[in-house]
Design a protein around this ligand. Structure first.
Ligand SMILES: *[C@@H]1O[C@H](CO)[C@@H](O)[C@H](O)[C@H]1NC(C)=O
Ligand SMILES: *[C@@H]1O[C@H](CO)[C@@H](O)[C@H](O)[C@H]1NC(C)=O
Ligand SMILES: *[C@@H]1O[C@H](CO)[C@@H](O)[C@H](O)[C@H]1NC(C)=O
Ligand SMILES: *[C@@H]1O[C@H](CO)[C@@H](O)[C@H](O)[C@H]1NC(C)=O
Ligand SMILES: *[C@@H]1O[C@H](CO)[C@@H](O)[C@H](O)[C@H]1NC(C)=O
Ligand SMILES: *[C@@H]1O[C@H](CO)[C@@H](O)[C@H](O)[C@H]1NC(C)=O
Length: 497
């Protein structure tokens, strides 16, 4: 009788074993233990590959010591089962399992795609059960299935990664390890015929973990979805890279101007785009164009072109099918009906500085910068009394009356432009020729102001105007003859600056 024992799978390749030597009875009975203590994975007669190998290469020599115990060693040939790899795979899988345990604390929210996955898992479990119950050796197809499952996990991880804003380091690591596992499975395929089941179970377990992790991701999304036109957020958090729409229709010489999209609260999805390059003096608004869709604007087609000859600077805005601008050479606000191209109303903005007294840094003649947000029409300007600091007024768009006024501590000529989102004024300033910074805010809801830092990439040096649209939550920027848009992202409700 021979008892072969190993405490470490690594030992198996050069199998050190204890022999209880009985010359009268040379039958071999083998008990093999894996590294998981006290848990024999195979018993005599099982199709364990080491057993098979041992039977095939049993011409080992033993030596008896003085206590009658015989020690032997067997060198298994290279084509034998890659024990270390299985072991490391097991360790990896075990390790992954543990780390997922941690991730699981974040669990919640379900997604539909996972239901299909669940069904596949069920199918897989049945298959595994059948495999376990029959002792036939497993063929190529089983491995194909296994490979498919692993590749699905990989896809899931990739999908997870794109949705996981917070802890993508963990997902990256996971992806790497699953890729490693894929390689291992491929290697094992050529060597193992039986032991794959254990790995398979680990993979099924791992998949369950992944599923739960997937369920949890919704909870920790750092960019909450903000419904269009809603103010259920805590203010601007970041801004995308610029999307270059095209150069203005008058060409690269027309560096000054503005563009945007009409916001009509009763009809918020309306896609009326306007484009207003100033004359080359950087002051005079003479021509503007309207397009019914963004495609038309992109292709310079079906434009409605109007001549107005009354506007001063690039602070204009379009709201509810009217254009609002500073009437040339005055402190008047003007309201232009876009249908008839006629000025229907003019009214002085009390105390407003004009004629390039307090314009923006690098941008002339924008003493009055109109703005539109979720709640309507605003104007940003300065007065002599404010010593050039920014004054914000809410305007009744019907009557052009000032509804309310806020005084800030920010000097207007030192900022390059402003925009208003949900009653919060954001001011930007140039950092260098390629970057601007949203560096300051004033919240008219709370009368608080302060510093922030959000970097804006620009195409060219000077940002001539910035207009916000509440529905698509984009900024429409006129950047030295080019029309750009940017997407805004918002903070969660409680984290307001
Ligand atoms: C067993 O011992 C014999 C004689 O010493 C030697 O020729 C043979 O190679 C050994 N076999 C193994 C498997 O070590
Ligand atoms: C989100 O993740 C952070 C750590 O990344 C954790 O402290 C917080 O509890 C998580 N929130 C939820 C709702 O799971
Ligand atoms: C599960 O197995 C059934 C029967 O083999 C099959 O019809 C079904 O499509 C499988 N489901 C998935 C999700 O693979
Ligand atoms: C992937 O496998 C390589 C070689 O087997 C190993 O060096 C590396 O650490 C593994 N990576 C991970 C993330 O397990
Ligand atoms: C802000 O957005 C930019 C551009 O997409 C990105 O490169 C940057 O990492 C973001 N910053 C933060 C703090 O999310
Ligand atoms: C705006 O002005 C119009 C016309 O004077 C008036 O009917 C309306 O009530 C005003 N709206 C607000 C919010 O004051």
């Amino acid at each position: 009788m021979v008892i072969v024992t190993s405490h470490d799978l690594r030992v198996m390749k050069e199998l050190g074993c204890l022999l209880t030597y009985n010359p009268l009875d040379c039958l071999l009975q083998v008990v093999i233990q894996t590294s998981k203590e006290g848990e024999p994975t195979t018993s005599p007669g099982s199709p364990f590959p080491f057993w098979t190998a041992l039977m095939l290469y049993s011409n080992f020599n033993g030596s008896v010591d003085d206590r009658g115990i015989c020690t032997c060693s067997v060198v298994l040939p290279d084509t034998s089962f890659p024990v270390q790899k299985v072991e490391s795979l097991e360790i990896t899988a075990h390790d992954l399992t543990q780390r997922f345990e941690k991730e699981l604390t974040k669990v919640k929210e379900y997604t539909k795609t996972m239901q299909l996955f669940e069904q596949k898992l069920l199918n897989l479990s049945i298959k595994v059960q059948v495999m376990e119950e029959t002792s036939i050796s497993y063929n190529k197809l089983d491995f194909e299935l296994l490979k498919l499952e692993v590749s699905e996990m990989q896809k899931l991880v990739t999908a997870l990664k794109s949705n996981f804003d917070g802890s993508s380091v963990i997902i990256d690591q996971l992806e790497l390890e699953i890729r490693n596992m894929t390689l291992l499975v491929e290697e094992l395929e050529s060597l193992d015929k039986n032991n794959i089941l254990a790995i398979r179970r680990e993979i099924v377990a791992l998949k369950n973990r992944l599923k739960e992790c997937e369920e949890s991701r919704g909870q920790n999304n750092t960019h909450p979805f903000i419904p269009p036109g809603s103010c259920g957020h805590g203010g601007v958090e970041n801004i995308s890279k610029p999307f270059v729409v095209r150069i203005n229709w008058r060409g690269s010489g027309y560096k000054y101007g503005a563009w945007g999209r009409d916001y009509t609260p009763q009809e918020p999805a309306k896609t009326l785009y306007w484009e207003a390059p100033l004359n080359t003096d950087g002051r005079y608004l003479e021509y503007y164009r309207l397009y019914n869709t963004l495609d038309d604007l992109l292709l310079y087609r079906l434009a409605k072109e109007n001549r107005v000859r009354l506007g001063d600077g690039s602070g204009m805005v379009v709201y509810n099918n009217f254009m609002y601008f500073n009437y040339y050479g005055t402190r008047d606000m003007a309201k232009l009906d876009l249908n008839s191209n006629t000025v229907t109303l003019r009214r002085a903005l009390p105390d407003a500085a004009f004629n390039n007294r307090f314009s923006y840094a690098g941008v002339n003649w924008q003493d009055m910068d109109f703005a539109v947000d979720e709640s309507g029409l605003w104007v940003v300007y300065s007065t002599e009394a404010s010593t050039g600091n920014i004054v914000i007024s809410k305007i009744n768009d019907t009557s052009l009356e000032v509804l309310n006024t806020w005084h800030t501590l920010q000097y207007k000529p030192s900022v390059s432009n402003t925009f208003i989102v949900c009653g919060v004024l954001y001011a930007i300033r140039p950092m260098n020729t390629r970057k601007e910074e949203i560096f300051y805010y004033y919240d008219t809801n709370t009368r608080k102001e302060g510093r922030i830092s959000i970097i804006i990439e620009k195409m060219l040096e000077t940002i001539q105007s910035v207009n916000y649209h509440p529905l698509d939550q984009k900024l429409y920027v006129y950047n030295d003859a080019y029309l750009l848009t940017y997407d805004l992202t918002y903070q969660k409700e409680s984290e307001h600056p």
